[in-house]
Design a protein around this ligand. Structure first.
Ligand code: ZN
Length: 143
């Protein structure tokens, strides 16, 4: 029995494999167009900006801000504990570059739109699921 609730994963293919497996080393990778530099998510085989197919997986900063969220209280799957947060986060790499995810390590009562977040991963077999947690403020430095 895994330490976390089971997730349903998509079938891996040449288009989505990099997203679902690319975080094995703790780095969030998204597709980026080699021709025009446009970040692409969800993954697709063609750049929606310039229609080229020269795409590759590139590391992001792993940072994001909370764009919107909802708190699920209904136990749709009895093996998945509630409540849990389903969120859309926005990455700083590009205007409108957003990812649907879960927020972890934070009470739903403490969520604030625009709050800074950092990626973390839930590893399950070959899948590394990107989740986001609040950035923990560092204590002020003594001078
Ligand atoms: Zn492009």
């Amino acid at each position: 029995m895994p330490a976390h609730p089971p997730r349903m994963f998509p079938a891996l293919d040449d288009t989505n494999r990099g997203f679902w497996t690319g975080g094995a080393d703790g780095i969030l990778r998204l597709l980026r167009c080699r021709a025009c530099g446009y970040w692409i998510h969800p993954p697709r085989p063609v750049c929606p900006k310039c229609w080229r197919r020269e795409l590759g997986w590139e590391a992001t900063s792993g940072r994001a801000t909370l764009f919107t969220y909802t708190v699920n209280h209904k136990a749709w799957n009895p093996r998945v504990p509630v409540p849990y947060v389903v969120a859309v986060v926005e990455l700083p790499e590009q205007d409108g570059l957003r990812l649907t995810t879960n927020i972890v390590d934070c009470s739903a009562d403490d969520l604030v739109i625009g709050m800074p977040l950092l990626v973390t991963f839930e590893h399950d077999g070959e899948f590394s699921v990107p989740l986001f947690a609040p950035v923990v403020a560092e204590p002020p430095r003594k001078t």
